[in-house]
Every structure is written in structure tokens, then in C-alpha cells.
Design a protein around this ligand. Structure first.
Ligand SMILES: Cc1cc2nc3c(=O)[nH]c(=O)nc-3n(C[C@H](O)[C@H](O)[C@H](O)COP(=O)(O)OP(=O)(O)OC[C@H]3O[C@@H](n4cnc5c(N)ncnc54)[C@H](O)[C@@H]3O)c2cc1C
Length: 479
């Protein structure tokens, strides 16, 4: 083969949870190689990795369409395939005579095992393989405790990592032009992935709320930097305030690089116009995402096994009817029901409310956290393989650096504190929207004259004090 012929052999960029063109180390490296680029996405099936939930599948469908449209504007396209990457990658490389493969690393054990197998096979085929860091700010294991072990507690974890979070000049904006591989490459139609729900199509509320794709992520980040960030520290716990970034689904699908988010926030902070703790509070939340992923990389069973094995014989209640009442947002506790209905309608739930509804399931109803985790997995657009089980185990008290077992959120007190004027509850629980503020978080106390206006709303599934005592007894017995 002449040098000219060799230079026309493509470089494959294997897109995964990094559906963007900007700040994409694998794509940048492929472009820098001077070879034509073949952009590939594989819908992974039959590999043993956790299958996507419905809401995340909806998001992926739109995000892939957006990435394909962005590539077409540059003169290329996204090649789609479905199946096991260990079979598909070598096949695509052989059929296109690819010379190289670039991808960004992932840190779930099942995913990295697949990647290793792909690397080994491609190398055997004579393809040069390179992987890059892009998913996290810090790769798991890069910084360890003084004794060389992975961190198990968030505060020292973040204290050790935060000082290393410095401006990174290596970030790159999206490319203005690219040279694409123009030869034939088999491609499945996106619609054949079946990610958009039909019969019924329940996605109307998701489409109303979200704009998946890199442009949507960029717009959300800019809106956050321009406004909500300054209110973040003071109002991020108030669900009706809209002061958090709502970047989680964009980060989940890598439509914006987490490094870009951190950089832009630090840049605004350096401008000196933010309240003192706004940027640090926000960066620490990004730190929780890091912590969850670092933990998950060394504890791959986080979604199925108690991190603290002392809970393995805990007697969770089997109560299908109560679980269904909880998923439907009809527990009789307005803040809990508002959260579950927000989730069902929009594919999202505010962080404070996630903690309240999760606590209600595992403490008041004594239902296994894994059932709640699976429900979130199916219904959240940001369902994340590490953060979701991490969050559930944190609330249940079974996790690393978890909430103590005797912490049982009081839904009335939480509602009164974080939704004092009831704006959030009124939006999602319209049956009680007409009640005076003082009854909004305890509608069962409403006087008979007003009761009629809230008649369609259920009575509490379990009385609060009774549920709390039952939970404390069960958790204390475990000790
Ligand atoms: C039971 C439970 C389940 C959860 N499941 C998920 C999940 O599946 N996916 C997910 O991304 N987050 C999950 N979280 C964490 C958190 O609720 C969401 O990240 C947050 O609500 C997203 O909103 P935001 O983007 O406006 O967050 P912001 O407050 O703006 O935070 C910025 C980013 O930091 C990260 N982050 C913030 N808080 C946390 C946290 N506690 N743990 C991990 N990362 C965090 C997210 O990437 C978020 O987008 C869960 C929390 C709980 C209590």
C-alpha cells in the first residue's frame, strides 16, 4: 500500500456517553491524525450491561439525532449500529479498512471489560487504539488517601481533589470543519432502535421540558451561568426556585463536558460577581458525581448490593400495593406526591425532593431501596449508573458516607421548609391547589368546610409518627 492509500484509511471515533463535538478528546485526536473520520455509535445489547430505562432511552434517541444533524452540517454523519461492540467494532474496522480507533474511557466495570476486549481484538487486527479521559474531572484512583486506598468519605475526597481543579487550557471548542470517511459503512436507521415510546407515547411532558443534544446543553449551561448560578447557594434546595443547573441529563449523555462546566463556573467566579460560596457549592455538587463514580468503579454492584453488607439481612417489607401508590404519587403526603408526579411528567425530580421521596419509600414504607432505584432508573432522563444507586444507598443508610439510619425525613416539615408557599406542590398536585398555605403540607387537617375542595386527594398511606417509629425500630434492630 502506498503512503497516499494508507492516509485515506479512516479513523473510527466510537461515541458513547459523550454525544458532543466540543471538548471531545477522542474526536480531537482523530481529527489531529489527518485521516478521514468515521463517527460510530453502538446501541449496546446482549452484553450484560444494564439496559437503559425508558426516559433515558427517549433522551438518547433525541441526542443521537442531534449529533447526527451536527455532523451532517459539517458534511459527515453518525453511523449507527446495535449489538455487542466486541463483534461490531472489529467488523466495522475490517469492512472500512480502518487504521485507528479513538474513544473516551468509561468507568463501569462491565463497560470497561467490553472496552478491553475491543482493544485487544482491534490491536490484533492491526488497528491502532487510543483511549482518552473525558467523563470525569479526575480519573478514579488518580488521587488516593494517605494510605493508598480509595476514598470512602466525601469530605476528605473533595478536600483532596478540589485543589487540583485548575483551568485546563487543553479544552477545545467544537471543530469548524472535519474530514469524513466517505466509503460505504453499514448503518441501522435510528428508528429501528425503538427508543421513542409508542403505544402509548408518554413522552409529551419530557419533550415540553427538555432539549436533548449539544446545543440544548450549551444553552442550558449559558442560562445557568448568566442567572441561576448567583442564586445557587441560597436557593438550590427550594424546588420551585429553579436555581439548580438542570444539567444532569446533559452530563449523563455527555452533551457537555463536565470539565467545560467546571471551567466556565470557575471563570464566572474569577470575575468576582458571584456571592462567595455560589461557585464552590456548585463545584462540590459536581464533586458528588465524581465521588459516586469513583466508588462505582471499585464497587460495580452498587445498584444491586448494599455497600454496607451489614444490611444484607434487613427485613424489607414486600408490599406491591404500597409501592404502586408511591410510584403513582398518591401517598397522601403532598411534597412526596409532587416529586413523584414531577418525575412521571417530566423525567426529572429536584434533588431535595429526591431525598424526601426516597426516604419515604425506605423508611416510612420500609420498602427495599433497590425497588425505588429501579423506578428512578426507568423514569429519570438523567438516570446515571453510579449517581442513582449511590443516592439511594445514601438515603437508605446502606451506602458509603451515608445518612445515619435514624434520619427519617418528616414530609410536612420538609415541605414547610423548602416549599413554604406551596408553589411546587400546587404545580404538581392540583387537587389541593386551592387549599390555604397552612394546610398544603398536611391536607388531612383541613376543616370540614374546606375538605370538599380537596376530596380527590388521598389520606396518608401511613401515619407519619407510626411510620417513623416502625422505621427506627427496624433499623435499630438491624444494629
Ligand atoms: C435517590 C437519589 C437518586 C439520584 N439519582 C441520580 C441520577 O440518576 N442521576 C444524576 O445525575 N443524579 C442523581 N441524583 C443526584 C441529584 O439529585 C441530581 O444530580 C440533581 O438533582 C440534578 O439536578 P441539577 O442538574 O439541577 O443539579 P445541580 O445542583 O445543578 O448540580 C450540578 C450537577 O452536579 C451533579 N450532582 C449534583 N448533586 C449530586 C449528587 N447528590 N450526586 C451525584 N451527582 C450530583 C449532577 O451531575 C448535576 O447535574 C440522585 C439523588 C438522589 C438523592
Amino acid at each position: 500500500m502506498t503512503e497516499d492509500e494508507s492516509a485515506s484509511r479512516p479513523t473510527i471515533v466510537w461515541f458513547r456517553d459523550d454525544l458532543r463535538l466540543a471538548d471531545h478528546p477522542a474526536l480531537d485526536a482523530a481529527n489531529a491524525s489527518g485521516r478521514p473520520v468515521l463517527c460510530l455509535f453502538v446501541l449496546e445489547e446482549g452484553t450484560g450491561r444494564r439496559p437503559l430505562g425508558g426516559a433515558a432511552g427517549w433522551w438518547l434517541d433525541k441526542s443521537l439525532a442531534a449529533l447526527d444533524a451536527d455532523l451532517r452540517r459539517l458534511g459527515g454523519r453518525l453511523v449507527l449500529r446495535r449489538g455487542d461492540p466486541r463483534r461490531i467494532l472489529p467488523e466495522v474496522a475490517a469492512s472500512t479498512d480502518a487504521a485507528a480507533l479513538h474513544f473516551n474511557r468509561r468507568y463501569d466495570r462491565a463497560g470497561s471489560d467490553i472496552d478491553e476486549a475491543v482493544m485487544a481484538e482491534m490491536t490484533r487486527q492491526g488497528v491502532a487504539v487510543s483511549s482518552h479521559a473525558a467523563w470525569l474531572l479526575f480519573e478514579p484512583g488518580a488521587i488516593r488517601t494517605k494510605t493508598g486506598t480509595p476514598f470512602r468519605v466525601f469530605t476528605p475526597f473533595w478536600k483532596a481533589h478540589r485543589p487540583h481543579l485548575a483551568p485546563r487550557p487543553a479544552l477545545r471548542r467544537r471543530p469548524d470543519s472535519m474530514s469524513f470517511f466517505e466509503g460505504p459503512a453499514a448503518c441501522d436507521p435510528l428508528v429501528s432502535f425503538g427508543l421513542h415510546p409508542t403505544r402509548p407515547d408518554w413522552s409529551g411532558g419530557l419533550a415540553e421540558r427538555w432539549t436533548p443534544g449539544e446545543a440544548g446543553a450549551r444553552a442550558r449551561l449559558l442560562a445557568f451561568l448568566d442567572g441561576d448560578l448567583s442564586r445557587y447557594a441560597a436557593e438550590r434546595d427550594v424546588p420551585a426556585a429553579g436555581a439548580s443547573s438542570c444539567l444532569s441529563p446533559h452530563l449523563r449523555f455527555g452533551e457537555v463536558a463536565v470539565a467545560r462546566v467546571a471551567q466556565e463556573v470557575m471563570k464566572v467566579a474569577a470575575g468576582g460577581e458571584l456571592p462567595a460560596d455560589a461557585s464552590e457549592k456548585f463545584l462540590a455538587e459536581i464533586g458528588w458525581r465524581e465521588f459516586a463514580w469513583h466508588l462505582f468503579s471499585s464497587f460495580p454492584d452498587l445498584a444491586t448490593h448494599n455497600f454496607q453488607s451489614g444490611f444484607d439481612h434487613f427485613l424489607w417489607r414486600e408490599d406491591t400495593a404500597a409501592f404502586q401508590t408511591w410510584t403513582a404519587g398518591r401517598t397522601g403526603y403532598p411534597i412526596v406526591d409532587a416529586g413523584l408526579r414531577e418525575l412521571w411528567q417530566t423525567g426529572f425530580m429536584h434533588n431535595r425532593v429526591r431525598m424526601i421521596v426516597a426516604s419515604f419509600l425506605v423508611k416510612h414504607l420500609l420498602i427495599d431501596w433497590r425497588q425505588g432505584e429501579q423506578w428512578f432508573w426507568d423514569t429519570l432522563v438523567d438516570a446515571d449508573a453510579a449517581s442513582n444507586p449511590f443516592g439511594w444507598q445514601w438515603v437508605a443508610g446502606t451506602g458509603a458516607d451515608a445518612a445515619p439510619y435514624f434520619r427519617v425525613f418528616n414530609p410536612m416539615a420538609q415541605g414547610a421548609k423548602f416549599d413554604p408557599d406551596g408553589a411546587y406542590v400546587r404545580r404538581f398536585v392540583p387537587e389541593i391547589a386551592g387549599l390555604p398555605d397552612k394546610f398544603l403540607h398536611r391536607p388531612w387537617e383541613v376543616p370540614p368546610l374546606l375538605r370538599l375542595s380537596a376530596a380527590a386527594y388521598p389520606l396518608p398511606i401511613v401515619e407519619h409518627e407510626e411510620g417513623r417509629k416502625r422505621a427506627l425500630a427496624a433499623f435499630a434492630a438491624r444494629r
